[in-house]
Design a protein around this ligand. Structure first.
Ligand SMILES: [Zn+2]
Length: 140
């Protein structure tokens, strides 16, 4: 849909909605476009240019809100995990193994592991969740 700024010969200005500029021209030629104020069918299109109406704005904004909510929840989950876990840094594979084999009390840890180390841990049945923690969100 496009919205055209129209005016009649009495300079009454109004907006008209049309499927396309061609549709407007066709209807104008056939005298189907009339001024809502004086019913004149001598209509001209003002040069201010058509506005293009794309898909329904309400739906788009709902989708954007959903995406934002998911993003916020994820952010919240990461924050909670960071708060409730111990940063063991590069000792992560070693610590994960110790916890798995109950050499140390179970606790949440986070840290860094290479792809190779992660694969080894997974092979041993140790659950490792890759988590992208945004920089600057480390609390300790
Ligand atoms: Zn008019």
């Amino acid at each position: 849909m496009i919205v055209l700024n129209l005016a009649c010969r009495h300079e009454h200005r109004f907006e008209g909605w049309f499927a396309s500029a061609e549709a407007f021209e066709d209807q104008q030629r056939r005298g189907l476009v009339a001024c809502p104020f004086c019913d004149s069918s001598e209509i001209i299109r003002l040069p201010s240019g058509p506005r293009v109406i794309t898909s329904t704005p309400a739906k788009e904004s709902a989708e954007r809100e959903t995406a934002a909510a998911v993003q916020a929840q994820l952010h919240e989950a990461i924050q909670a995990y960071v708060r409730n876990s111990e940063n063991v840094g590069g000792r992560f594979p070693e610590e994960a193994r110790k916890i798995h084999y109950q050499e140390v009390p179970a606790r949440n840890i986070r840290g860094v592991a290479t792809i190779e180390e992660t694969r080894e841990l997974l092979d041993e049945g140790i659950v490792v969740v890759p988590l992208a923690i945004p920089p600057g969100e480390e609390t300790h």
